[in-house]
Design a protein around this ligand. Sequence first.
Ligand SMILES: Nc1ncnc2c1ncn2[C@@H]1O[C@H](COP(=O)(O)OP(=O)(O)OP(=O)(O)O)[C@@H](O)[C@H]1O
Ligand SMILES: [Mg+2]
Length: 479
Amino acid sequence: MIPENWTKMKLPYFFQQLLGFLAVIIILMTITVVYLVHFGRHTAFGEIERRLFGYAESIVEQNLDSEELDTIHEVLGKQGVSFYVFEEEGRLIYPELPPHLEARVVPEEFQQLENGERLALTTEQEDMLGNPSETAFIYMPYFRQSTEDFAGFITVSAPISQVDRQMSELHGNVFDAFVLSTAVAIIMSIIFAHYQVKRVNRLRKAAHQVAEGEYTIQLEHKGRDEIDYLSKDFNRMVNALKETSEEVARQEERRKTFMQDAAHEMRTPLTTVNGLLEGLEYNVIPEEQKLRSIQLMRKETRRLIRLVNENMDYENIRSNRIILNKNNIPVTEIFEEIKEQLKEMVEDSTNTMTFEAADDLSVYADYDRLKQILVNLIKNAMQFTTDGEIIIRGQRTHTGTRLSVIDTGIGMTEDELRFIWDRYYKADTSRVNTKYGESGLGLAIVQQLIEMHQATIDVDSEPNKGTSFHLDFPFKVSE
Ligand SMILES: Nc1ncnc2c1ncn2[C@@H]1O[C@H](COP(=O)(O)OP(=O)(O)OP(=O)(O)O)[C@@H](O)[C@H]1O
Ligand SMILES: [Mg+2]
C-alpha cells in the first residue's frame, strides 16, 4: 500500500490523496454544520416570535377587558411570558401601576407601530441574578374597532432560554454526526487512496520494467478515467519503443552486413588491382597483356568509386542536402535519353526493352533525379530478368503522371518485398557481385528521391513471373 521508499518522499501520493479527500469532506461538513446551526437558531426565533404574536392577538381579542387580562397574565406568567398594554400616547394601561407611577414607554419604532407595523426584537437583559440573558420582544399595534384608528400597542416578551436549550441539543446532535461522518470519511478515504496509489504503483512498476528493456509489458485498462487513459498511452509508448528498438537492431544488423559486404566487395577488386600492380612492378606481365591489365584495373577502380559515390549520394539525399529543380519534362524526351544510355547494356543482355508513352505526356520532376530513378529501376529489371521483356510506360492519370517499369524476371516473394527499400538490402545475398555491382542502395535512393518529389512508388511482384514498379508523380501545384 505504501511505497517502500516513502520516507524519502516529501509527501507521498497516498497522503496527498488522503489529505485531499479529508479536506473536501471536512470543509463540506463545516459548511453544513454552520448552516444547520444558523438555520436552527433562525427557525427557533421565528417560532417563538410567532407564539408571542399569537398571545398578543388573543389579548386584543379579549377587548382589553381587565379581568380577562388578569387571567391571561396569570397563565402566561407561569410560562415566563409577560405582556404590557399601552395606549396611543405610549402610556402603560396594563398591568395597572400604583397611581403615583406613570410608565411611559415609547420605543424608537413608535412611528412604525402607528403605521400598523408589527415589530419583533431580541434584546439582552439581565435576569434576576444579574446574568445576561436574551429576551424575545414583540410589539403589536391595536386599533379602535369602530374607526380603525391606532389605539395603542401591546408588548409581549419571553426569555429565550428555551431556544438555547434547543440549540445546545442541536449542537450535540450535529457534533455526534460530525464525529461519525469524519470517522466514516477517514475510512473511505483510506480505502480510496489505497486503491488509487495501487494503480499508480502498478504503472510505476511497469515503467521501471520498460526502463530495464522489457518491451513486452502491457497494462490492463478499462477506459474509465485518466489513469486508464494513461495506461493506454503507456501501452502505446511501449509498443512504439519496441518497434524502435527492433528497428535499431535491424539497422545495426544491416550495417554489420553492409560492412562485411563492402569489405568483401572492396577486397576482390583491390586484390585484383594489387596483383596486377605487383605483376607490373616485377615485369612479369607480358607486353601484349599489359593494356588488358590496365583496363581491368580501371574497371575495378570504377566499381569501387561507384560504391563510394552511391553511399555518399544516399547520405546527401537523406540529410536533405540536395535541391530539386522541378520542371514539366516531356516523357518521350527522357525516355529517348535513357534508351541511348542503356543501349549497350540491352544489347549485351538477352532481354528486350520497350518504351511506351504518348507524345504530349509530361511529368513534373527534376530531370537528372528522374533519370536516376528510372535508370535504377531499369537496371534492376535487367539484372533480375533473363530472356524476358522490360517495358517502360508513361500514362496520364487523374492526379498526374504514372511511370511504370515492368519486367518478366525472377520476381520477389512477399517477405522479400517488405525489405527492398531498406539500405544495403539484397534479397539474395549469394548474388552479390554480379556484373552490375550490387550494393543494395539503389531502391533506398529511389525511395528517398520519390519522397522528395511528393510522388509515390508501388510495387507488384510475383516470383518467377515478374515485377512492376509504378511511380505516381502529381501535377505541378501552382504556387
Ligand atoms: N525488378 C526486380 N526483380 C526482382 N528483384 C528485384 C527487382 N528490383 C529489386 N529487386 C530486389 O531488391 C533488392 C534491392 O534492390 P536495390 O536496387 O536496392 O539493390 P541492388 O540492385 O541489389 O544494388 P544497387 O542497385 O545498389 O546496385 C535487390 O537486390 C533484389 O533482390
Ligand atoms: Mg539496383
